[in-house]
Design a protein around this ligand. Structure first.
Ligand SMILES: [Zn+2]
Ligand SMILES: [Zn+2]
Length: 414
């Protein structure tokens, strides 16, 4: 009899997992006198399932269709990656746990805070997780009288006043609005259209602009207009042309043209012409022809901006129509004199007669309103004189003149 040590070889015939037992088979073998002997009667050993090893879960939050918060805790086995999902729900306590909510509701002006605490029970352990949700402030809900139906707050008001300004070449802004109540972050918006669609920067050119102001909490002003009108022209002269009156003015920047107004009494004015030229500075009133008639003029500048806008009326300027005279005869009288005849103008205050020879300076003499002739003396023999006449009318110390007549010539022979 002889004892021989055997070699024992373990073999895992079934691996142990988290959930299933494993098995190990032990086989003994030995060598004796050059031969290998293996026992046929192996030893089997069962290995107990290890069970899962879950760590801390991860959480995901959602809401059901009634707005109740749901928190799903996901546990994952570190070894086999098996996943266990344990849901808990607000307003529902189960064996899985629950969600405890603490709600600070929002007000008109303050955000609210909902704090959710999920308590999850799993394999005898309790896990908690907290989520904080901010709920936006509701804003006031104003009724037709501007009173908040929730808190009674009175809606602030922003009131803009429309304004008219004269073009300056610089941008023009609306005046600050009247504000009642507590608002901040006032923002001014300018538009070229009354639907307030085309926003522009502060306007410069003549036109009609629409302005509104917005502030925090959605408070909006009325829409006011900012009207920029062209500058007013100044009438420089109202004068008699040969057969009608002319009006002249100093033109202004940013004009598309001018309206001309006329009155015969200085009170009631009628628009008689639209002069469609930015560069025009004179108008010929071919209907102002009545001898002795008072004609008073005003002009208005207009500009075709986003709308056509007009300046204020210019100051009025007066003229009197005086028909153009005619030298009816011009003769040389003895003693180096010239003798002039004309047809008198009963609407005039008097006459001026102008005479000149060669390049010397012209001289002027007057005649009374009733005169029909004039003798000019101290002329130079052998010279030819050109003579012309005009009437004038004096009203309140202002003298109005007719146009000059055509000139006639006379040679001084005696
Ligand atoms: Zn596992
Ligand atoms: Zn309120």
């Amino acid at each position: 009899m002889e004892d021989v040590d055997c070699t024992i070889t373990p073999e895992t015939t079934k691996a142990v997992t988290c959930e299933e037992d494993g098995e190990i088979v032990y086989t003994a073998s030995c060598e004796f006198e050059g031969k290998t002997y293996t026992n046929s009667d192996t030893y089997k050993e069962a290995v107990k399932a290890t069970g899962h090893k879950y760590g801390k879960p991860s959480y995901s939050w959602s809401k059901d269709d009634k707005g109740n918060m749901i928190c799903a805790a996901t546990f994952t086995c570190e070894k086999c990656k098996k996943v266990e999902i344990v849901p808990v729900k607000e307003n529902a306590t189960t064996d899985n746990g629950t969600i405890i909510a603490e709600k600070v509701e929002p007000t008109c002006t303050e955000d609210g805070t909902y704090t959710y605490k999920a308590v999850v029970k799993f394999q005898g352990e309790s896990y908690t997780e907290t989520k904080v949700e901010t709920v936006k402030k509701t804003g006031h809900k104003y009724d037709n009288n501007g009173i908040c139906t929730v808190c009674g707050h009175k809606r602030p008001t922003i009131t803009l006043t429309s304004k008219k300004e004269v073009y300056t070449g610089k941008s023009i802004s609306i005046d600050a609005p009247k504000v009642v109540g507590d608002v901040k972050d006032l923002k001014y918006s300018y538009y070229s259209d009354n639907a307030c669609k085309n926003e522009i920067s502060e306007p410069t050119d003549p036109g009609v602009y629409y302005v509104k102001v917005t502030a925090d909490a959605g408070v909006t002003s009325n829409i006011a207009t900012l009207t920029i009108v062209p500058q007013t022209a100044k009438i420089t002269t109202v004068a008699n042309a040969t057969s009608y009156m002319t009006v002249s003015w100093n033109k202004v920047n940013k004009a598309s043209g001018y309206y001309v107004y006329r009155s015969t009494n200085g009170k009631k004015f009628t628009k008689i012409a639209t002069v469609k030229s930015a560069n025009a500075a004179k108008y010929s009133d071919k209907k102002a022809t009545k001898n002795g008639q008072k004609y008073v003029y005003k002009v208005v500048t207009y500009y075709n901006g986003n709308q056509t806008v007009s300046s204020a009326y210019s100051a009025a300027k007066t003229g009197y129509r005086l028909s153009t005279m005619k030298v009816s005869s011009l003769t040389n009288k003895k003693g180096k004199k010239a003798y002039i005849k004309w047809k008198k103008n009963s609407k005039s205050t008097g006459y001026q007669i102008k005479y000149v020879t060669g390049k010397s300076k012209a001289k002027t003499v007057k005649a009374s309103s009733k005169a029909k002739t004039k003798t000019i003396s101290k002329l130079k023999k052998g010279k030819t004189y050109k003579v012309r006449i005009r009437s004038y009318k004096k009203v309140s110390n202002v003298t109005y003149y007719s146009a000059w007549s055509k000139q006639k010539s006379v040679k001084i022979k005696k």
